[in-house]
Design a protein around this ligand. Structure first.
Ligand code: FES
Length: 143
């Protein structure tokens, strides 16, 4: 069993999983290994936000966004949403937001499309994007 597997099993045994497990790897390993691996939470993203809840009701307004579990969830039109990782593909900073038009990294200005494709000269690497589905006031975000 490799050291990495053992560490993974050990962290899992402590209850770490998903994004928090990735964060532990990033903190423990060299930064370059983080940049070369998948950009954003590695495990399956699947959560719901209740848009009738005051914490998430901004998503009823086009152009607004919330960040949940390191995922940027944006209301991009009257009928649609988009979701991408908060972790930028440029230098791995957790600084991606939605600026009303694009996903935008406040660190060095990289921009990304609704599907996470790079749209600036800052980086040519995409960021992970997620599916969204609205049912009533419940918005599901999933991989
Ligand atoms: S880390 Fe996002 S633009 Fe540099």
């Amino acid at each position: 069993m490799s050291t990495k597997i053992q560490r993974h099993e050990f962290l899992k045994s402590l209850g770490f999983k998903g994004a928090s497990l990735l964060a532990v790897y990033c903190g423990a390993a060299s930064l370059s290994s983080c940049e070369n691996e998948s950009v954003g939470p590695a495990s399956a993203i699947d959560f719901t936000l209740d848009l009738s809840n005051a914490a998430y009701s901004v998503l009823n307004t086009v152009g607004k966004y919330v960040i949940y579990n390191q995922v940027v969830v944006a209301r991009v039109s009257s009928t649609s949403f988009a979701a991408v990782t908060q972790i930028c593909s440029h230098e791995g900073r957790a600084q991606v937001i939605f600026n009303g038009t694009n996903f935008f990294c406040t660190a060095h200005g990289a921009t990304f499309s609704m599907t996470g494709a790079p749209t600036s000269a800052v980086t040519n690497k995409a960021i992970a994007s997620y599916k969204t589905a609205l049912s009533g006031t419940t918005l599901r975000v999933y991989a």
